[in-house]
Design a protein around this ligand. Structure first.
Ligand code: SAM
Ligand code: SF4
Length: 456
């Protein structure tokens, strides 16, 4: 390690967007001679990349700050908070936590080196939470070479204009803003040159891509362009909003050979009354109509979603509608949350709160139902051949590698590290609750000489 080199430790809460932001921060800090450490006690700089979308991750921030106080006292580490909580709390956070040095809002990531310099050189305590109107904040920092990664996120838009009544995102990430397609395509091209095989296009509402940018491509056309980039073998995206899921995007699942057969389509509730109060802009029937259309166009599609239980005013009947929707769709997996009021959102004002005990009960029922469905879905793959993109060594065994099917299911199978970055055919031998076990069936092959990844 260079004598001048310093260490940064980042703790990340929340969604893929935050994980990706943390990666961007690390790349930016490389230019300021910081390298990553996985141990907070070795760090000269400790950053907590926060999430305030739900109550649980928000609370974690304060307990993490408590843990790091000692490192500040003993080692003089610089401590910063980034992400949604930083955006929301701003100066209040500096006042509340006297040993905190930096508050970095969601649009301020590119400013981190300058902010850090002010802390390091002048001992200032800094807070930057302005929303950037130029879109500069969406630009990724230069990519390091070599980048030894199989898959990568690519931000195509940020923010949200939907204003669902329970959600803090439009307040902490700002309004929808897309990156110009020229930049996105350039980044995907560079990633491909660096060996990335799979890209996942990120945005709170990817269907809204291009809105507000004169003459810009729409999301479906952007997918078509990325599909033409030769060295990219797989494309995914997240998240799409059910109310904006166009026919052309649905058709892409049969037209674009690189677009993986998986969609994450949060439904939040199966009750029309609750969907209306949530301001989601669709009904149970119209959600199911979109699902039917997806299954018609792409019968092997895996569908995952988010759901909330215990929204204000939700009654037993509403909850049953949610269970009914789950049974109708039979999701491959479901991310389920108890409603938590978020300061500043409309639903936080609603009076008819659901008791915590009831929320807990409903969540447990829902998760049990889903657990069974997920397992059945995994079981149905036993004996089938799946295309797996190998990502690395399996956590469970040194003899195994791990990767994902096109439908985004984790598969572990015996193999060596030479397979990393390759698409291989694997026969599924055993299904578990959250993963599959398999065996490679023939020598390595690439997409260009294989017909389909989901052949039985
Ligand atoms: N943009 C996506 C969409 O429209 O579905 C999701 C964005 S949000 C970051 C991720 C998930 O968090 C949501 O789908 C929702 O299920 C959950 N969530 C958001 N606000 C919540 C709240 N106040 N209480 C509980 N869950 C919440
Ligand atoms: Fe939040 Fe709704 Fe926007 Fe998703 S669509 S980020 S849930 S406001």
């Amino acid at each position: 390690m260079n004598m001048l080199q310093k260490r940064v430790y980042i703790e990340t809460y929340g969604c893929q967007m935050n994980e990706h932001d943390s990666e961007r921060i690390l790349r930016l800090l490389e230019a300021s001679l910081y390298s990553e450490t996985k141990e907070a006690r070795e760090a000269d700089l400790i950053l907590i990349n926060t999430c305030s979308v739900r109550e649980k991750p928000e609370h974690k921030v304060y307990s993490a700050l408590g843990r790091f106080k000692r490192l500040k006292e003993e080692k003089g580490a610089i401590i910063g908070v980034a992400g949604c909580v930083a955006q929301q709390e701003g100066e209040r956070l500096l006042n509340r936590v006297p040993y905190l040095d930096m508050v970095i809002g969601t649009h301020a990531i590119p400013l981190i080196p300058q902010l850090l310099e002010r802390v390091e050189a002048y001992g200032e305590r800094v807070c930057e939470i302005e929303f950037d109107q130029t879109g500069e904040y969406l630009k990724p920092p230069l990519l390091p070479r070599p980048l030894v990664k199989v898959k990568s996120y690519v931000t195509i838009m940020q923010g949200c204009d939907h204003f669902c009544s329970f959600c803090i995102v439009p307040y902490v990430r700002g309004r929808e803003r897309s990156r110009p397609s020229r930049e996105v395509l350039e980044e995907v091209g560079q990633l491909a040159e660096l060996g990335v095989k799979e890209v996942c296009l990120l945005g709170q509402n990817v269907n809204g891509y291009g809105k507000g940018l004169e003459g810009e491509l729409d999301f479906s056309t952007l997918l078509h362009r990325i599909n033409e980039i030769e060295a990219i073998e797989r494309i995914r995206f997240t998240t799409s909003h059910p109310a904006d899921l166009s026919d052309s995007l649905i058709n892409d699942f049969s037209e674009l050979e690189k677009l993986c057969e998986h969609i994450h389509l949060p439904f939040q509730s199966g009750s029309d009354r609750i969907l209306k109060a949530m301001h989601r802009g669709y009904t149970k029937a119209s959600y199911l109509e979109r699902i039917d259309r997806l299954k018609e166009v792409c019968p092997s599609i895996a569908i995952t979603a988010d759901v909330i239980v215990g929204f204000p005013g939700e009654e037993e009947e509403d909850f049953k509608e949610t269970l009914n929707l789950m049974e109708r769709v039979r999701f491959d997996d479901l991310f389920s949350f108890k409603y938590s009021p978020r300061k500043g959102t409309r639903a936080a004002q609603f009076q008819n709160r659901v008791e915590e005990k009831v929320k807990q009960e409903w969540l447990a029922i829902l998760q049990q139902v889903q657990k069974e469905i997920t397992f059945q879905k995994n079981l149905a793959l036993e004996g089938k051949k799946q295309e797996v993109l190998v990502e690395g060594r399996s956590k469970q065994s040194d003899q195994d590698v791990t990767g994902r099917t096109r439908s985004n299911k984790i598969v572990n199978f015996p193999g060596d590290m030479n397979l990393v970055g390759k698409l291989v055919p694997v026969k599924i031998m055993k299904a578990f609750a959250h993963s599959l076990r398999g065996e490679m069936t023939s020598p390595t092959y690439t997409l260009s000489n294989s017909s389909s990844g989901n052949n039985p």
